[in-house]
Design a protein around this ligand. Structure first.
Ligand SMILES: O=C(O)c1ccc(O)c(O)c1
Ligand SMILES: [Mg+2]
Length: 641
């Protein structure tokens, strides 16, 4: 498969863009005319620079307002094209993208437009060039790929082809199955983009909110399956107009782009195995069976504090590592590892971030295959030298630099606890009723959120729920759930827009640490709350106003509300009557906390309506030192502008 990306998709000047595009592994680049016009160098120099980066120019674009013009505009338009053909020949590319006319002066008329393209095809062919016609979703007369195809078909010239762009087709909800009847060899190039679903003017949506396939809500895979069925074998080119990407890191946006194409085509190949596009073989998306463990890096003193907090939640120290300064705490089926080694990645993570949950261990079907898939998607495998007797647990670096370990039942990895700690697997009886890890919540800067989402959904068999906005007194936090169908893996990603929010404060104070909270599942949260209180656990105090509202809003029995109020338990209910109970710990370190939840009656949410009240309570509970920084500090706000 030939991968390509438009220069508009990433930030920087042309040179920075090309360096990032090449480093990410793309084969080609669409030269967006404005990037070329803004560059201080001749077309020949640009062409040479592209090739020096090991790239080819897949297309020069866009040429606007071409077809269906009345005279004398028509003649002027043809002159204008010839000038651009000159530029293309100097650049060293043979394909020009022409997007459908938006001019109020254009006349339309399918045969008139086809005749224009037939003449243009003649002119292009004389120079060994080609043109491709793309229907913009907001084109004046042509805004649907079916009409663009009819123009191309009637133009009937070998130098005139069709350009398909997933955004334009999907944004208008055009049936992608209509693509299957188009001959693949008449398609000049395929452009790919996803986007979040938004009710918005098409042009504005397209120019500001596109994102990489898999990052948005559009059925790009269905689109691409239909394209693959045509026999098309040309370049797959990302064309992503996105305000955030324009200001982002060229390197990481380019890496995301390449990852998105590999993941997309892997899915497409599984539905359209006979397609002409050659796609590398990689293991299928990985089904996660559960969170096997979470590992903290800490100093000796913080490890003691953490051990105290874990004990108050009913955990016991089950074992110590055979030869490392690593302790295993257990309750029910939950394994919490606390690493106080003075070398290795845990220590490095501690030095950078302070005490933090730097690693998670996931149970999968095949740990080695999981790393193979992740590596094929551009993730970095991780290996730490150890003793020969140590189990080499396959791992990759997460987006934020933490680790994701993989264990399975198909290898020695099934004996990880025995080999490393000399104990059997955890059992499901919780001393305080905690049985499993319900979800892991990670926090990142909002601008990095799409990178995290793509990382998880491309490697693991997961889905995204719609993003929700959580109001923190200091600003907005965007929350995105990524979960497997069976709930075995539940991740909540929180994107902080500024440092005044609890999430933003956590990132700033922990220098970009990621896991901000861990939620444990209880089978009876009232019993758990009482057991914890008996052990000296201090729950996060929730405002009495919250409980008055709960009673009024959900018409709950006052007696139940009183039981919750007495224990600082939050409550949510879904439309099917499923219920959710939540209890929070005080903070540990720079804003890390634990949550205890109970799901009843098939509740599948995460208590989003309660988040603002929990956050407000957390801000109140923070020591005055921090409070000053968190509450209405004009300098903190100024930092983020
Ligand atoms: O927004 C535009 O004008 C524009 C230009 C060229 C394209 O290929 C496209 O998809 C959109
Ligand atoms: Mg396009």
């Amino acid at each position: 498969m030939k991968t390509s990306i438009a220069t508009v998709s990433i930030s920087g000047d042309l040179r920075e863009k090309l360096a990032a595009i090449s480093a990410a592994g793309f084969d080609g680049v669409e030269i967006f005319e404005n990037d070329f016009l803004a560059f201080d160098g001749s077309p020949r120099e640009v062409g040479a620079m592209v090739r020096d980066h090991g790239l080819e120019i897949t297309v020069f674009q866009p040429f606007r307002d071409f077809e269906g013009m009345p005279e004398p505009l028509r003649a002027r338009t043809f002159d204008r094209v010839e000038r651009k053909f000159d530029v293309m020949q100097e650049l060293g590319t043979d394909l020009m993208l022409i997007c459908s006319n938006v001019s109020t002066q254009s006349l339309g008329g399918i045969d008139r437009m086809a005749a224009d393209f037939a003449e243009l095809g003649e002119r292009a062919a004389k120079r060994g060039l080609r043109v491709g016609y793309e229907a913009l979703a907001w084109g004046r007369h042509v805004n649907d790929h079916r009409d663009a195809w009819e123009v191309v078909r009637r133009a009937d010239h070998p130098a005139v082809g069709l350009v398909l762009d997933s955004f334009h087709t999907l944004a208008r909800n055009i049936d992608v199955e209509t693509i299957r009847a188009i001959p693949g060899d008449r398609i000049s190039i395929v452009q790919l983009a996803d986007a979040p679903r938004m009710d918005m003017d098409l042009l504005y949506w397209s120019r500001h909110f596109r994102n990489m396939p898999g990052e948005g809500d559009l059925p790009v895979t269905d689109f691409m399956c239909a394209v693959a069925a045509t026999g098309y074998a040309g370049p797959l080119s990302l064309e992503i107009f996105n305000d955030q990407f324009r200001g982002g890191s060229p390197k990481s946006i380019a890496i995301d782009g390449h990852r998105s194409l590999v993941a997309l085509m892997d899915q497409v190949k599984r539905s359209e195995p006979a397609m002409s596009i050659e796609v590398p073989d990689l293991p299928d998306r990985v089904a996660v069976k559960g969170v096997e463990f979470v590992e903290f890096a800490a100093s000796d003193q913080e490890a003691e504090e953490l051990a105290g907090l874990l004990a108050a939640m009913g955990f016991h120290e089950a074992a110590r590592h055979r030869h490392k300064d690593v302790a295993l705490f257990r309750q029910g089926g939950i394994n919490i590892v606390v690493n106080t080694e003075k070398e290795g990645l845990a220590h490095a993570s501690y030095v950078v971030h302070g005490a933090n949950a730097y690693a998670i261990g996931l149970k999968v079907g095949d740990a080695a295959a999981t790393v193979d898939r992740a590596r094929a998607l551009g993730a970095t495998p991780f290996e730490q030298p150890g003793r020969p007797s140590d189990l080499a647990i396959p791992a990759i670096r997460g987006v934020g630099g933490g680790l994701i370990y993989f264990v399975d039942d198909a290898s020695n990895l099934s004996r990880v606890w025995e080999i490393e700690f000399g104990v059997a697997d955890a059992t499901a009886d919780g001393e305080a009723g905690l049985v499993a890890i319900d979800h892991v919540a990670q926090t990142m800067n909002y601008e990095e959120m799409l990178t995290w989402i793509l990382f998880y959904v491309s490697i693991f068999r997961t889905r995204k729920l719609p993003m929700v906005d959580v109001v923190d007194p200091g600003g907005l936090v965007r929350s995105q759930v990524i979960e497997s169908d069976d709930g075995a893996l539940r991740l909540t990603l929180n994107g902080a827009e500024n440092r005044k929010t609890l999430a933003g404060h956590f990132i700033a104070e922990s220098f970009g640490s990621s896991v901000q909270h861990l939620a444990f599942a209880s089978t009876d949260i009232f019993r758990t709350a009482d057991a914890l209180a008996a052990r000296g656990f201090e729950a996060l105090g929730i405002s009495p106003n919250y409980y008055d509202d709960l009673e009024a809003r959900l018409a709950l029995e006052p007696e139940i509300v009183d039981r919750m109020r007495a224990r600082n338990i939050l409550y949510d209910r879904d439309e099917q009557g499923g219920e959710y109970f939540q209890l929070y710990s005080r903070n540990f370190g720079e804003g890390f906390f634990f949550e205890i939840v109970e799901r009843r009656g098939g509740y599948t949410g995460y208590g989003a309506p309660n988040a603002p009240f929990r956050i407000a309570a957390q801000k109140r509970s923070i020591a005055p030192r921090n409070e000053a920084a968190l509450m209405a500090s004009p300098t903190a706000a100024g930092d983020d502008r």
